[in-house]
Design a protein around this ligand. Structure first.
Ligand code: ARG
Length: 460
């Protein structure tokens, strides 16, 4: 008979039984479920709601169940619906009456809420660690390439010279915000719903602060209805993970471009590339493509749960059982994407000559040429037009700006002098961009330092 079978006179339809049960996916929260029950039982005993002897038995029972689950000795059943009732049924089977007392002053509604928070809290820690590993690799690559000139792009058109370090460090900043978002999400998540009961608290003299403390939460949630109704923390986490995946996806897109023959700025390691079943020459960036592809999947997880939640009246509704699969999927997806991506990035070979060659075409020193004239006294807008005319002239002559003779330059403006050639060198153009946040080596050094400080401050 079901744990809740008292008021029923018929067996549950077997299809309904399968349909209703969540054990297939919530079994992964067995540890958190046991952890929550241990804290609850301890508090019940401290408050004199159950006896010390009951507590002792419950503790032993739960610990033996935990050990058996971990040893693979336990088969959960759909008959017992979910992880909460599976564990409770096992406990009662093992210790009898004391097991039946565990659920005093508790409901599965606050139980599932506490389990999921505990579970996701741990996953957040792990994901943060993985992002920090990625940032570490970004840092290593950036340190090597502070003087590697590459074209910076807007509209995917060559725009201005930057260093490869500067480009990588931009992602370093994005991932820094991702970590901050997760830290923030963890803080808001770290509130304990246990003791909310089914929805309306309980008449027993429970101590919600005690269970919150035992479980490492900052405090109990303030309102029992909210405690069992709230899934913001899962949504917030998936929101943060979606943004993180968006960053990984943009980075992947660039890696895919960079290792194409059209760019050839980098070469991926063989261990992080795949071949074609028909074209012998192919070396494909499948890892980057899959990360880009899986981003859509994580967005879908977020959209799915947002949509599930949008029409639900307070408090618990069974719809909310649909929270777990998407949030687990989002977490699992991120947890596989991050280390694979990090491995790909740390082993990729950077080809600075190719980047330099690409930077040499496309007039990416045109702004610097206008700045040159401006510094010689011409108003910037006039300098801009003058250089525009020069670029047009170069196009007709098939020359670059720095290939024009001084006479050709002076025909357009007498302000040009011999020092223009130094000013137009890409290394100069990049190196002189020393404004705060710019690509000059002094600035990338500062950014690297900042990122390093951030990483070590986040590591426990
Ligand atoms: N398996 C359920 C879930 O994941 C646990 C809560 C069930 N509560 C209830 N009143 N049916 O949401």
């Amino acid at each position: 008979m079901k744990l809740w079978g008292g008021r029923f006179r018929k067996e549950t339809d077997s299809l309904v039984n399968d349909f209703n049960s969540s054990i297939q996916f919530d079994c992964r929260m067995y540890r958190e479920d046991i952890q929550g029950s241990l804290a609850h039982a301890k508090m019940l005993a401290e408050q004199g709601i159950i006896s010390q002897e009951d507590l002792k038995q419950i503790r032993q029972g739960l610990e033996s169940i935990l050990a058996d689950v971990e040893a693979g000795k336990i088969e959960f059943t759909a008959e017992n619906e979910d992880i909460h009732m599976n564990v409770e049924a096992l406990l009662t089977e093992r210790i009898g009456a004391a097991g039946k007392r565990l659920h005093t002053a508790r409901s599965r509604n606050d139980q599932v809420a506490v389990d999921l928070r505990l579970y996701l809290r741990r996953e957040i820690e792990e994901i943060i660690g993985q992002i920090l590993d990625l940032q570490h690799v970004i840092l290593m690559q950036a340190e090597r390439h502070q003087n590697t000139v590459m074209p910076g792009y807007t509209h995917l058109q060559r725009a201005q010279p930057i260093s490869f370090a500067q480009h990588l460090l931009a992602y370093g900043e994005q991932f820094r915000r991702d970590v901050e978002r997760l830290v923030d999400c963890r803080r808001r998540m770290n509130v304990c719903p246990l003791g909310s009961g089914a929805l309306a608290g309980t008449t027993y003299p429970i101590d919600r602060w005690a269970t919150a403390r035992t479980l490492g939460f900052d405090r109990p949630c303030s309102n029992s209805l909210d405690g069992v109704s709230d899934r913001d923390y899962a949504l917030e986490l998936m929101g943060g993970l979606s943004i993180l995946m968006m960053h990984l996806s943009r980075f992947s897109e660039e890696i895919i471009l960079w290792c194409s023959w059209e760019f050839k700025f980098i070469e991926l390691d063989d261990a992080y590339s795949t071949g074609s079943s028909i074209m012998p020459q192919k070396k494909n960036p499948d890892v980057a493509e899959l990360v880009r592809g899986k981003t859509g999947r994580v967005y879908g997880d977020l959209m799915g749960l947002l949509t599930t939640m949008k029409g639900l009246p307070l408090a618990y509704n069974k719809d909310m059982q649909e929270d777990k699969e998407p949030v687990f999927d989002a977490v699992d997806t991120v947890k596989i994407c991050l280390p694979v991506f990090t491995g790909m990035l740390s082993t990729m070979r950077v080809l600075p000559e190719k980047m330099r060659r690409a930077a040499g075409g496309g007039f990416i020193n045109a702004t610097d040429c206008a700045d040159y004239l401006t510094k010689k006294g011409m108003p910037f807008r006039d300098a801009y037009t003058t250089v525009g005319n020069l670029v047009y002239y170069c196009g007709q002559q098939g020359k670059l700006l720095e290939e024009l003779t001084l006479d050709e330059l002076r025909d357009i403006s007498p302000l040009f002098e011999e020092d223009v050639y130094e000013a137009l060198r890409l290394e100069t153009c990049m190196g002189q961009r020393s404004s705060y946040g710019g690509p000059a080596v002094a600035e990338t050094t500062r950014q690297i330092q900042e990122l390093r400080t951030f990483i070590s401050a986040c590591r426990p």
